[in-house]
Design a binder for this molecule. Structure first.
Ligand SMILES: Cc1cc2nc3c(=O)[nH]c(=O)nc-3n(C[C@H](O)[C@H](O)[C@H](O)COP(=O)(O)O)c2cc1C
Length: 181
């Protein structure tokens, strides 16, 4: 079993989470980390455990991650891999993750994004095991880092958030131990 961490990050918050996911998974299974760009051309189904995420931008993934997922779905569709009932491909698992500020309605600002990612991966045949939503401070709008639905999010994701991420990765890997080579 191998793991791929694929992400986008505008101000570095999601990068911190992605990096911790990668460092943790790499201790147990062969792992790669990729920051998407406009040319990223990766077949997600070449990997057994995919962690995919970005910061929440207007309730959605970044434009670059959105475009990557749309390219992926278009290619899969052309290849006839998007099938009625989305048959589950044995041994293919995913986790969707987001960092978000949640200033107005809290985690409800991040859930649409991870659900969108979840839908895409489930269409491909992945079993999506979880969605993680990690608070991430606004880099350029400090006034939004206090007094929102999450309270004070200055400095998030912080050491505690990253430890929590690590713990979750360990849990996911433990749950999949039957698939390890
Ligand atoms: C242009 C912009 C739009 C954003 N929109 C939202 C939003 O709709 N909901 C939310 O919860 N956070 C929003 N945020 C906050 C980011 O999701 C948060 O700071 C995140 O951790 C950024 O991750 P990154 O540094 O990996 O890009 C926005 C941030 C920016 C810069």
């Amino acid at each position: 079993m191998d793991a791929l961490v694929i992400y986008d990050s505008l101000s570095g918050n999601t990068e911190k989470v992605a990096q911790r996911i990668y460092e943790t998974s790499a201790k147990s299974v062969p792992s790669q980390i990729v920051k998407v760009n406009k040319d990223t051309d990766i077949d997600l189904l070449d990997h057994d455990l995919v962690f995919i995420g970005s910061g929440v931008i207007d309730w959605l993934p970044t434009k670059t991650l959105t475009a990557f997922v749309q390219r992926t779905m278009k290619t899969a569709n052309k290849q006839g891999r998007i099938k009625p009932a989305a048959p589950i491909i044995p041994g293919k698992f995913a986790v969707c993750f987001a960092t978000f500020g949640g200033p107005h309605i809290g985690v409800g600002e991040a859930v649409p994004m991870t659900l969108w990612l979840r839908s895409a991966l489930a269409h491909l045949g992945f079993i999506v095991l979880d969605e993680w939503h990690v608070p991430g401070q606004f880099a350029n709008r400090p006034e939004l880092n206090q007094g929102g639905r999450l309270g004070n999010i200055e400095g998030r994701p912080d050491a505690h958030d990253l430890q929590d991420t690590e713990n979750r990765v360990r849990g996911i890997l433990a749950s999949l131990s039957a698939w390890w080579e």
